[in-house]
Unconditional design. Structure first.
Length: 265
Protein backbone atom coordinates (compact mmCIF):
# COMPACT_ATOMS: atom_id res chain seq x y z
CA UNK A 1 0.00 0.00 0.00
CA UNK A 2 2.99 2.30 -0.32
CA UNK A 3 2.45 3.00 -4.05
CA UNK A 4 0.66 6.30 -3.58
CA UNK A 5 3.42 7.64 -1.31
CA UNK A 6 6.12 6.75 -3.85
CA UNK A 7 4.22 8.25 -6.77
CA UNK A 8 3.37 11.44 -4.89
CA UNK A 9 6.92 11.99 -3.67
CA UNK A 10 8.64 11.30 -6.98
CA UNK A 11 6.13 13.23 -9.10
CA UNK A 12 6.32 16.40 -6.99
CA UNK A 13 8.86 19.07 -8.05
CA UNK A 14 11.82 19.17 -5.70
CA UNK A 15 11.05 22.67 -4.45
CA UNK A 16 7.47 21.67 -3.65
CA UNK A 17 7.93 18.44 -1.67
CA UNK A 18 5.23 18.41 0.99
CA UNK A 19 7.37 17.32 3.89
CA UNK A 20 7.85 20.15 6.40
CA UNK A 21 11.06 18.72 7.85
CA UNK A 22 12.52 18.38 4.37
CA UNK A 23 11.62 21.82 2.95
CA UNK A 24 15.06 23.29 3.60
CA UNK A 25 16.80 20.31 2.02
CA UNK A 26 14.52 20.39 -1.02
CA UNK A 27 15.09 24.11 -1.57
CA UNK A 28 18.84 23.70 -1.28
CA UNK A 29 18.72 20.97 -3.92
CA UNK A 30 16.75 23.16 -6.28
CA UNK A 31 19.33 25.93 -5.94
CA UNK A 32 22.33 23.71 -6.67
CA UNK A 33 24.05 23.35 -10.02
CA UNK A 34 23.25 20.13 -11.93
CA UNK A 35 25.20 17.14 -10.65
CA UNK A 36 27.89 15.41 -12.64
CA UNK A 37 26.53 12.50 -14.66
CA UNK A 38 26.90 9.04 -13.12
CA UNK A 39 28.15 7.70 -16.47
CA UNK A 40 31.71 7.64 -15.15
CA UNK A 41 30.81 5.49 -12.15
CA UNK A 42 31.42 1.79 -11.70
CA UNK A 43 28.98 -0.87 -12.85
CA UNK A 44 29.81 -3.94 -10.73
CA UNK A 45 29.16 -7.50 -11.84
CA UNK A 46 26.21 -8.45 -9.63
CA UNK A 47 26.92 -12.13 -10.20
CA UNK A 48 29.94 -11.74 -7.91
CA UNK A 49 27.84 -10.17 -5.13
CA UNK A 50 26.28 -12.43 -2.52
CA UNK A 51 22.96 -11.79 -0.83
CA UNK A 52 24.92 -11.04 2.36
CA UNK A 53 26.96 -8.45 0.43
CA UNK A 54 23.73 -6.76 -0.63
CA UNK A 55 22.32 -6.81 2.91
CA UNK A 56 25.46 -4.96 4.03
CA UNK A 57 25.16 -2.54 1.12
CA UNK A 58 21.54 -1.78 2.03
CA UNK A 59 22.49 -1.02 5.64
CA UNK A 60 25.48 1.11 4.62
CA UNK A 61 23.42 3.00 2.05
CA UNK A 62 20.68 3.74 4.56
CA UNK A 63 23.24 5.04 7.04
CA UNK A 64 24.66 7.31 4.33
CA UNK A 65 21.48 8.82 2.90
CA UNK A 66 19.54 9.02 6.17
CA UNK A 67 22.41 10.94 7.80
CA UNK A 68 22.74 13.36 4.89
CA UNK A 69 21.18 16.81 4.99
CA UNK A 70 18.41 15.39 2.80
CA UNK A 71 17.82 12.42 5.10
CA UNK A 72 14.38 13.40 6.36
CA UNK A 73 13.07 13.75 2.82
CA UNK A 74 14.59 10.44 1.70
CA UNK A 75 13.20 8.58 4.71
CA UNK A 76 9.70 9.64 3.64
CA UNK A 77 9.88 8.25 0.09
CA UNK A 78 9.06 4.68 1.13
CA UNK A 79 8.31 2.87 4.39
CA UNK A 80 10.97 0.47 5.59
CA UNK A 81 10.74 -2.66 3.47
CA UNK A 82 12.46 -6.03 3.09
CA UNK A 83 16.20 -6.60 3.27
CA UNK A 84 17.74 -7.87 0.01
CA UNK A 85 17.90 -11.37 1.51
CA UNK A 86 14.12 -11.23 2.05
CA UNK A 87 13.26 -10.49 -1.57
CA UNK A 88 11.53 -13.26 -3.51
CA UNK A 89 14.08 -15.38 -5.41
CA UNK A 90 16.74 -13.32 -3.62
CA UNK A 91 19.74 -14.99 -5.30
CA UNK A 92 18.49 -14.32 -8.83
CA UNK A 93 20.21 -11.73 -11.02
CA UNK A 94 17.03 -9.62 -11.17
CA UNK A 95 16.77 -9.51 -7.37
CA UNK A 96 20.45 -8.61 -7.02
CA UNK A 97 20.17 -5.76 -9.53
CA UNK A 98 17.07 -4.48 -7.77
CA UNK A 99 18.85 -4.61 -4.41
CA UNK A 100 21.99 -2.93 -5.79
CA UNK A 101 20.21 0.09 -7.25
CA UNK A 102 17.02 0.52 -5.24
CA UNK A 103 18.73 1.02 -1.86
CA UNK A 104 20.92 3.90 -2.99
CA UNK A 105 18.46 6.69 -2.10
CA UNK A 106 15.55 5.13 -0.19
CA UNK A 107 14.34 1.94 1.46
CA UNK A 108 14.19 -1.16 -0.73
CA UNK A 109 10.67 -1.53 -2.15
CA UNK A 110 8.64 -4.70 -1.87
CA UNK A 111 7.92 -5.95 -5.43
CA UNK A 112 4.29 -6.46 -4.39
CA UNK A 113 3.76 -2.73 -3.80
CA UNK A 114 2.84 -2.23 -7.50
CA UNK A 115 1.13 -4.31 -10.16
CA UNK A 116 3.14 -5.30 -13.25
CA UNK A 117 1.89 -2.42 -15.42
CA UNK A 118 2.82 0.17 -12.81
CA UNK A 119 6.34 -1.21 -12.31
CA UNK A 120 7.24 -0.68 -15.94
CA UNK A 121 6.56 3.04 -15.66
CA UNK A 122 8.35 3.33 -12.31
CA UNK A 123 11.57 1.81 -13.69
CA UNK A 124 11.39 4.00 -16.81
CA UNK A 125 11.08 7.05 -14.55
CA UNK A 126 13.82 6.09 -12.10
CA UNK A 127 16.65 5.19 -14.51
CA UNK A 128 17.09 8.77 -15.84
CA UNK A 129 17.21 10.00 -12.24
CA UNK A 130 19.96 7.50 -11.49
CA UNK A 131 21.79 9.06 -14.45
CA UNK A 132 21.57 12.43 -12.70
CA UNK A 133 18.71 13.79 -14.83
CA UNK A 134 15.32 15.31 -14.01
CA UNK A 135 13.47 15.58 -10.72
CA UNK A 136 15.72 14.38 -7.85
CA UNK A 137 18.44 13.48 -10.36
CA UNK A 138 20.90 15.86 -8.67
CA UNK A 139 20.44 14.13 -5.33
CA UNK A 140 20.49 10.60 -6.75
CA UNK A 141 23.70 11.22 -8.70
CA UNK A 142 25.34 12.36 -5.46
CA UNK A 143 24.10 9.35 -3.50
CA UNK A 144 24.91 6.53 -5.96
CA UNK A 145 27.89 4.59 -4.57
CA UNK A 146 29.41 1.29 -5.73
CA UNK A 147 29.76 -1.46 -3.11
CA UNK A 148 33.25 -2.00 -1.72
CA UNK A 149 35.00 0.36 -4.17
CA UNK A 150 37.07 3.16 -2.66
CA UNK A 151 39.08 5.99 -4.16
CA UNK A 152 40.98 8.48 -2.04
CA UNK A 153 39.28 7.11 1.06
CA UNK A 154 35.81 7.73 -0.40
CA UNK A 155 33.34 5.28 -2.01
CA UNK A 156 33.42 5.24 -5.82
CA UNK A 157 30.36 6.36 -7.70
CA UNK A 158 27.90 3.82 -9.08
CA UNK A 159 26.87 4.06 -12.73
CA UNK A 160 23.16 3.87 -13.51
CA UNK A 161 21.95 0.53 -14.90
CA UNK A 162 22.36 0.03 -18.63
CA UNK A 163 19.42 -0.88 -20.85
CA UNK A 164 19.71 -4.63 -20.39
CA UNK A 165 20.02 -4.34 -16.61
CA UNK A 166 17.08 -1.91 -16.46
CA UNK A 167 14.99 -4.39 -18.44
CA UNK A 168 16.01 -7.17 -16.06
CA UNK A 169 15.05 -5.08 -13.03
CA UNK A 170 11.65 -4.32 -14.56
CA UNK A 171 11.09 -7.96 -15.51
CA UNK A 172 11.98 -9.12 -11.99
CA UNK A 173 9.64 -6.62 -10.35
CA UNK A 174 6.85 -7.54 -12.77
CA UNK A 175 7.27 -11.28 -12.08
CA UNK A 176 6.78 -10.68 -8.37
CA UNK A 177 4.33 -7.78 -8.64
CA UNK A 178 0.98 -7.43 -6.95
CA UNK A 179 -1.52 -9.74 -8.63
CA UNK A 180 -4.86 -7.94 -9.08
CA UNK A 181 -8.01 -9.87 -8.34
CA UNK A 182 -10.33 -10.91 -11.15
CA UNK A 183 -13.48 -8.89 -10.48
CA UNK A 184 -15.25 -10.69 -13.33
CA UNK A 185 -15.25 -13.96 -11.38
CA UNK A 186 -18.94 -14.27 -10.39
CA UNK A 187 -18.45 -15.43 -6.78
CA UNK A 188 -15.79 -12.79 -6.11
CA UNK A 189 -17.83 -10.07 -7.80
CA UNK A 190 -20.77 -10.82 -5.49
CA UNK A 191 -18.47 -10.87 -2.45
CA UNK A 192 -17.10 -7.42 -3.32
CA UNK A 193 -20.62 -6.01 -2.93
CA UNK A 194 -20.97 -7.24 0.65
CA UNK A 195 -20.15 -5.09 3.69
CA UNK A 196 -16.83 -6.90 4.16
CA UNK A 197 -16.05 -6.51 0.46
CA UNK A 198 -16.69 -2.77 0.69
CA UNK A 199 -14.32 -2.42 3.67
CA UNK A 200 -11.69 -4.42 1.75
CA UNK A 201 -12.05 -2.15 -1.29
CA UNK A 202 -11.94 1.06 0.76
CA UNK A 203 -8.75 -0.03 2.51
CA UNK A 204 -6.73 -1.49 -0.35
CA UNK A 205 -7.84 0.94 -3.07
CA UNK A 206 -6.05 3.76 -1.27
CA UNK A 207 -2.62 2.61 -2.41
CA UNK A 208 -2.68 -0.11 -5.07
CA UNK A 209 -4.82 -2.43 -7.16
CA UNK A 210 -7.08 -4.78 -5.22
CA UNK A 211 -4.94 -7.84 -4.45
CA UNK A 212 -5.91 -11.33 -5.50
CA UNK A 213 -6.95 -13.19 -2.31
CA UNK A 214 -5.45 -16.34 -3.84
CA UNK A 215 -1.96 -14.82 -3.59
CA UNK A 216 -1.70 -16.24 -0.04
CA UNK A 217 -3.15 -19.09 1.96
CA UNK A 218 -5.75 -18.17 4.59
CA UNK A 219 -3.27 -18.58 7.45
CA UNK A 220 -0.90 -16.02 5.87
CA UNK A 221 -3.35 -13.14 5.43
CA UNK A 222 -3.49 -11.85 9.05
CA UNK A 223 0.24 -11.07 9.05
CA UNK A 224 0.00 -9.42 5.62
CA UNK A 225 -2.88 -7.21 6.77
CA UNK A 226 -0.97 -6.19 9.91
CA UNK A 227 2.00 -5.21 7.75
CA UNK A 228 -0.27 -3.17 5.47
CA UNK A 229 -1.82 -1.43 8.48
CA UNK A 230 1.65 -0.36 9.62
CA UNK A 231 2.43 0.99 6.14
CA UNK A 232 -0.87 2.90 6.05
CA UNK A 233 -0.19 4.47 9.44
CA UNK A 234 3.24 5.51 8.18
CA UNK A 235 1.64 7.14 5.13
CA UNK A 236 -1.20 8.79 7.08
CA UNK A 237 -3.80 6.77 5.20
CA UNK A 238 -7.22 5.90 6.62
CA UNK A 239 -6.55 2.77 8.64
CA UNK A 240 -9.48 2.25 10.98
CA UNK A 241 -7.37 1.57 14.07
CA UNK A 242 -9.14 4.37 15.97
CA UNK A 243 -12.75 5.44 16.19
CA UNK A 244 -13.24 8.69 14.31
CA UNK A 245 -16.61 9.69 12.86
CA UNK A 246 -14.78 11.65 10.15
CA UNK A 247 -13.17 8.48 8.78
CA UNK A 248 -14.53 5.21 7.37
CA UNK A 249 -14.23 2.47 9.98
CA UNK A 250 -12.05 -0.06 8.20
CA UNK A 251 -12.37 -3.11 10.41
CA UNK A 252 -9.33 -5.31 9.98
CA UNK A 253 -11.32 -8.39 11.03
CA UNK A 254 -13.64 -7.85 8.05
CA UNK A 255 -10.71 -7.43 5.68
CA UNK A 256 -8.93 -10.54 6.96
CA UNK A 257 -12.16 -12.54 6.86
CA UNK A 258 -12.85 -11.50 3.27
CA UNK A 259 -9.35 -12.44 2.15
CA UNK A 260 -9.36 -15.75 4.01
CA UNK A 261 -12.71 -16.81 2.54
CA UNK A 262 -11.31 -16.38 -0.97
CA UNK A 263 -7.68 -17.38 -0.28
CA UNK A 264 -5.90 -20.19 -2.08
CA UNK A 265 -6.41 -23.66 -0.57
Amino acid sequence: MAAAALAATLATPVDAVAQPAADGAAKSLAARAPAKSTAGGLRPDVDTLTVADLDRLAAESRDRWSASRHGQMLLRILPEGPRPSQLPDAASRGAKLTALYCVQCHHLPNPAMHDAVRWRGVVERMVPRMQGKGNLGVLMADMMKAPGAMEGGQPRGLAAPGRSDAREIAAYLQRHAQQPLDATEPELARALDTDAGLVFRQACDQCHVLPDPKRYAAADWPAVVRRMQANMLWMNRVVGTRFDLREPQLRSADIVGFLQRHARP
